[in-house]
Design a protein around this ligand. Structure first.
Ligand SMILES: [Zn+2]
Length: 429
């Protein structure tokens, strides 16, 4: 446990990392997203005032943040902390990689060997990586397991949520497949999950499975987040079913559809009506570039699809599109850095978003989709943000900066500085 203390200055990006545990009450001369310099006051976990200023006119109260840029808090809207870092437990083999079906098979072969402690240990280590990189809000899906105690992974993550309560925000979403009995879903609801999820696209009767999960959501009042259309096949979309059911039921709780890969496969004529339905239903979408670029398109004989949803069409229809990474070093994604700027890079390169749009997808829109109040955006918003070196925003979104100071509720949770020594002189000609 660190003791709260104040700091006179953030200091240089290549200086010592020593601010973890510091409570910030004011920042002076920090660069905002719009490029202006400002002084900020912080109190009770909120930003209470923002004034234009370079810090020079201020009294010596507060922390000199010159040389740093404030970026609103990043979130991971779709993680699998129960699976994270399990790649370490997989025997290296000759396979070139997994598609969705083989990844599920590999994961299921691991499950019987995994204990509650193992789930908690890997999840805790993954959270440390996310937080160090600026992600202080995480929605994690958690499998209802088909071997052993079905809720031991869920329990481990609920335990971690309580352990971290007041430090970061962790939402646990049950991921119940069609083979998970209703009684297990009700048991998980009783244990205090935050969100109900499922994977109708893997069910024998997808529309019926969507109905089953929505029935539980209506009874419990919990928000919904379904793995949806995580394939490259076209045909009738489960997303359209979901939107129609949400509208017909008049559901008031937040409903999210993650992946929606098949929507990205459609041309304008077939895509338009589905996008309109999603907008009308008020559904939030989560796109997950790194994992879907890895899993999808393996059976293509040239011109492999990208595995992303129809991001531009959704944004143009006013649908909130959040972005995350999904899996982290497990059978579904063997790589990944738990870094919001890895996702923004992919959104620009593979999703064709502008840098500012990519940044919104991992920060402000993620909070919208997760049903959380604004953070790091101005007076009255949560004092949750990142400080990164004051370079142009495009350079930030490119993920080129590793140094960062991560603040949640006004408290510095992580401080990373980078010092590099190069010997390129004299350069060979
Ligand atoms: Zn997922």
């Amino acid at each position: 446990m660190t003791v709260a203390r104040s700091a006179g200055q953030i200091g240089p990006a290549d200086g010592p990392a020593q601010l973890a545990g510091v409570e910030l009450t004011a920042l002076r001369g920090v660069r905002l997203l719009d490029g202006t310099l400002a002084d900020l006051d912080l109190a009770d976990g909120e930003i209470t005032a923002v004034r234009a200023g370079d810090g020079r006119a201020s009294t010596d109260a507060g922390t000199d943040a010159s040389g740093w840029r404030l970026v609103p808090a990043a979130g991971e809207p779709h993680a699998h902390l129960d699976k994270a870092l399990s790649a370490e437990q997989i025997e290296p083999g000759p396979r070139a990689g997994n598609d969705l079906v083989s990844a599920i098979e590999q994961w299921r072969s691991l499950v019987p060997t995994l204990t509650s402690d193992d789930f908690a240990d890997r999840a805790r280590r993954a959270v440390r990586r996310y937080v160090a990189n600026g992600i202080t809000t995480i929605r994690t899906h958690a499998d209802a397991l088909l071997a052993g105690d079905p809720l031991r992974g869920v329990d481990a993550l609920l335990g971690l949520r309580e352990e971290l309560r007041g430090t970061i925000t962790l939402q646990v979403c049950l991921l119940a497949g069609q083979d998970v009995p209703d009684a297990v879903i009700e048991d998980a609801i009783g244990r205090g999950i935050d969100v109900l999820g499922g994977c109708p696209h893997l069910a024998d009767e997808p529309a019926k499975e969507t109905s089953r999960i929505l029935d539980h959501a209506e009874r419990s009042g919990l928000p919904v987040d379904l793995h949806t259309d995580e394939q490259t096949t076209t045909g009738h979309l489960d997303l359209a079913d979901l939107a129609e059911q949400v509208i017909a039921r008049g559901m008031s709780q937040r409903v999210t559809a993650s992946h929606c890969v098949r929507l990205g496969m459609l041309g304008h004529d077939r895509r338009g009506p589905v996008v309109d339905l999603v907008a009308k239903a008020g559904i939030g979408i989560v796109t997950l570039p790194i994992t879907n670029l890895y899993l999808q398109g393996r059976d293509a004989d040239g011109a492999a699809p990208r595995g992303l949803t129809a991001i531009r069409a959704l944004l143009e229809a006013g649908v909130p599109v959040a972005a995350g990474a999904d899996n982290l070093r497990d059978p579904f994604n063997p790589v990944g850095r738990a870094d919001p700027f890895e996702t923004t890079s992919l959104l620009v390169a593979a999703g064709h978003l502008r840098p500012a749009e990519a940044l919104a997808a991992v920060t402000t829109t993620t909070r919208t989709v997760l049903g959380l109040p604004a953070a790091g955006t101005g007076p009255g918003s949560r004092a949750d943000f990142m400080l990164v070196p004051d370079v142009p925003l495009d350079e930030v979104v490119a993920g080129a900066q590793t140094a960062r100071v991560v603040v949640h509720g006004g408290r510095v949770l992580a401080d990373t500085r980078v010092s590099t020594v190069l010997d390129l002189d004299p350069m060979p000609r």
